[in-house]
Design a binder for this molecule. Structure first.
Ligand code: 5GP
Ligand code: ZN
Length: 107
């Protein structure tokens, strides 16, 4: 399967990693749209969060917990956690992932 996020989670392609957990990795988005823009990606392939939620709720919980940890590591204060689901919603990579974005990283 030709999936860019499978290649990043397996180490075949590089990324700037921020944190990782048992079931997920977090790395900077290649085209950040906010001062903080991190992707949290489960190690296993599901096409979107709907499929992940039904098939593997433990992994989904781990993805969300890792997203919260990223916000703490980067001292964002307020943040958004977003799963684009489906083409019309703007999903372009069909391996489930959460965007962690924030305009206000604290120093
Ligand atoms: P989506 O549009 O599917 O919700 O989000 C996909 C995200 O993946 C986009 O924000 C895009 O910038 C990011 N992205 C696409 N290809 C790569 C890549 O090769 N490396 C990294 N770090 N991010 C990527
Ligand atoms: Zn994949």
């Amino acid at each position: 399967m030709d999936c860019i996020f499978c290649k990043i989670t397996s180490g075949e392609l590089p990324a700037t990693f921020v944190a990782e957990s048992k079931h997920a990795v977090a790395f900077n988005d290649i085209h950040p749209r906010q001062p903080v823009h991190v992707l949290v990606v489960p190690r296993v392939h599901y096409s979107d969060v709907a499929e992940l939620a039904v098939s593997d709720p433990e992994v989904l919980a781990d993805v969300i917990q890792l997203g919260v940890r990223v916000s703490e590591l980067l001292s964002t204060g307020s943040f958004r956690l977003q799963f684009n689901t489906g083409v019309e919603a703007g999903q372009t990579v069909f391996h489930a992932h959460a965007h962690i974005t924030s305009t206000t990283p604290r120093s």
